[in-house]
Design a protein around this ligand. Structure first.
Ligand SMILES: Cc1cc2nc3c(=O)[nH]c(=O)nc-3n(C[C@H](O)[C@H](O)[C@H](O)COP(=O)(O)O)c2cc1C
Length: 199
């Protein structure tokens, strides 16, 4: 079992980093193998919408995504952790997600329509955190994450959504959120559905 943690924040050691660190501790405690991607370290362009992957399922661009695609493919579970920037994930993580268009194309090419109703490549979870407390704070990001996982042929396993945390490391004062992240990690290592937790 390989669990891939995707760190979505541009801010090293920030709130979503701390939550994902805690979740991956839960994963490791359950005996699964942990791998990590830091979106802030990945040098990639956005999707060119050139249609190059339509016939092959392979992106024509040669950049750091060449190392990311195999990780996305080999992982049984992905935990995506992201801050909310203008009600959506930051550009760094959105660029990775947009480049998953090649994965979407591959799934379309290799699975017949009936089989595409299923997700056969694992399960994805979302951890998201924002400063405000509005009702719709996570709506956009949840949809983005769901369809990212769908492109990877992964089911959406659920999420942990934390509101009202802004300054770097303020999350360390929220033991409820850190404990919930650890629990999510433990369940993710068993690929269990976790539903939605809003704190
Ligand atoms: C460019 C930018 C846009 C942001 N947009 C929002 C927003 O739309 N809603 C919100 O609640 N917080 C917003 N925030 C605050 C962050 O989501 C919040 O500080 C979060 O805790 C940062 O997590 P991190 O430390 O993991 O990066 C924004 C922050 C930045 C820098």
């Amino acid at each position: 079992m390989i669990v891939l943690g995707i760190y979505g924040s541009p801010r090293k050691g920030g709130n979503s980093d701390q939550l994902l660190d805690r979740a991956l501790k839960g994963v490791a405690a359950s005996g699964a193998e942990v791998k990590k991607i830091y979106a802030r370290h990945i040098k990639i362009s956005g999707c060119l919408e050139c249609g190059g992957c339509d016939q092959t399922g392979i992106c024509v661009q040669k950049d750091d995504m060449s190392q990311i695609y195999p990780l996305l493919e080999e992982s049984n579970v992905i935990i995506l952790a992201t801050p909310i920037f203008f009600y959506s994930p930051p550009a760094q993580i959105k660029a990775i997600i947009d480049r998953a268009q090649a994965c979407w194309a591959k799934r379309f090419l290799t699975k017949p329509p009936e089989a595409r109703k299923r997700h056969d490549s694992g399960i994805g979870y979302l951890i998201a955190i924002g400063a405000t407390k509005g009702k719709k704070l996570f709506d956009c990001t949840k949809l983005v994450a769901k369809y990212f996982f769908d492109a990877l042929d992964m089911a959406y396993g659920g999420d942990l959504l934390i509101r009202g945390v802004e300054k770097k490391s303020d999350i360390l004062k929220r033991s409820d959120a850190l404990d919930a992240a650890y629990e999510l990690g433990k369940k993710a290592a068993r690929a269990e559905q976790v539903g939605s937790t809003l704190l």
